[in-house]
Design a protein around this ligand. Sequence first.
Ligand code: RB5
Length: 366
Amino acid sequence: MKIAIGSDHAGYKMKALLAEHLRLKGTAEVKDMGPEDDSVSTDYPDMACRVGEAVARGDADRGILICGTGVGMSIAANKIPGVYAALCCDAETARYSRLHNNSNVLALGGRILPPEKALEILDIWISTDFEGGRHSRRLYKIAACEQKSGSGSSLGEKGKTVVFDHPLVQHKVSMVRNKNTSVKEFRELVQEIAGLMVYEITRNLPLAPVKVETPLAVTEAYAIEGKKLAIIPVLRAGLGMVDGILQLVPNAKVGHIGLYRDPETLLPVEYYCKLPGDICDRDILILDPMLATGGSASAAIDLVKSRGGKKVSLVCIIAAPEGVSKVHSDHPDVDIYSAALDSHLNDHGYIVPGLGDAGDRLFGTK
Ligand code: RB5
């Protein structure tokens, strides 16, 4: 594990102590980012940014920041997208900040903590692993909040997860979850949700100026530039999202992917794939209402990429943390858009609370 450590003048002595302790233990590679001594008063935000950015970029796995109280360092470091800084004054908080919050930066108060207490906190924090499960969902929600506030341009070039919190989307998601919603309503709602999502997903499509003659004058307006969109439903449930998107983007090309799960290997196997010829030039939205284990979504993305697809996003109605992790680890460049992020998968691989089997509910086949 690589650890970046830094302080201001008030945290310098504790930084020296902790860095030496880590080096002696030999469990981590320590990068001391300064200062070299405490003869000059320094501003804690400068060091919080240096260490925080090293962690957010992936240059360090974790960071340690020490100022007088730890408060300034934690506030400043938490402004950096991808940094989860925990200010800890006791070992129990440090332990839970790893178990539940997956904190990647530890902030400590050099003027507050006795040295032996700081060492105890450090050892627990270093040796405790993130628990995952329901806590992953909460972290994805923090990441979604970063995206929403416009600060989510993480320094690393990783794909993002966007969970739609728009009231209209959330309202309709509650209705599709309801087991008493009829097939007709379910179908309509899935189309509506997909349409609302694509309105937001396409926010950054590039525009080019075009000349338009109105009944009164010739003017310059804007049209979407280039080859535009391809939407690719994964059969069969993905079909339920197509029309809602085509209503807004009627010129999008539509590809189709069919996958089934081999009953013996449990791996997804392709049985159909027909994609637009110019797929490599298009922004691609792969549609699958349920992102459960992520196995078929990841295989669908593999397939699209192997046929030349470059700019790929995955659009779902409900995602499970397990599926999000799988897709991000297999395809770190792919953005995931989902109307909701649920708790977990049950033993049969169904998303809980979810909405049941989207294909059956769309086509009335249950
Ligand atoms: C420096 O005097 C002090 O304000 C700083 O180290 C830190 O405690 C701020 O939160």
